[in-house]
Design a protein around this ligand. Sequence first.
Ligand SMILES: [Zn+2]
Length: 339
Amino acid sequence: MRITVQYLAQIRRAVGCAEEILDVPDGSLADLVRHLAVKHPDAARLFLGPTGEPSRSLLFFVNDAPFDAAAKLPANAIVTILTPMAGGSSVPLSEEERATYEWQMWVPHFGEEGQRKLKAATVLVSRIGGVGGALAQQLAAAGVGKLILAHAGNVRASDLNRQTLMSHAGLGQPRLGQAARRLRELNPRLEIEEIPENISPDNARQLVAQADVVASCAPLFSERLALNAAAVALGKPLVDCAMYDFDVQILTVIPGGPCLQCLYPEPPAAWKREFPVFGAVAATAGCLGAVEVIKTLSGIGERLDRQMLLADLGSMIFRKLPRSRDPQCRVCSTSPMSD
Ligand SMILES: [Zn+2]
């Protein structure tokens, strides 16, 4: 069928033309967008999100009206694609940024395109203690554009064996301000939004909606499951980082795949708020989670989206176990399967 595609705003510059007429097989708007990503490889990062679906940072209209990406396109449709005006995903790198990130841009398949994706991205980090602080620090160093940090409370003496964004001088002071200051010292280009609250069913959805990827680093199942429910409902990838004693567990939830609630239909009853932890083990969990976030944002590597990594740092045994979707899961069973 014949389709007219109009490009507005930054997507027009990325594609290099304002309009083109295409003969494409019958299909949905999403099929057309995937076709466009192949046809214009330099603009593919703008067309597609981390899961290969039409990017949520673009606006799509068909015959001047909003249109469901999964619905079949009418013949002779005029499809208009534009980047939102309040920001956008075309983010060139400055010379200073090229110099800062040069060594990671040497990673095969990452390159400058991967760096631009990190710069354009917003990551929500639930808690910035031993796990989330290490994750946030690595994302700040890697050049993620914006971090939304959610954590309530003040620094206690018993935090300082692992919460390395904090300081002895900051005992009794709010964690968030100290963490944000340390992260800005490392990377002054980083935008930080400070949310002095822990994640709950009341705030999860509103915070997740602002993020491209969610990092779940809270020790409490109630917070992790609330974040998971919001991420699944809004179709956002989520990286869950957990640890206890010498054990680390990392997994990634992508839209359509098994979620955290599939693994934990009910919060385990025996879980305690206080637990044995070395800072080095918590930071390992955070760094492994940061790698999953970077891969998810840049589209490189293999993620833990149908597996979970279990690392026993007491014996240095790392292994992966498969995860599958629970058809009865009350969180994800109503969303479409990805396979
Ligand atoms: Zn589920």
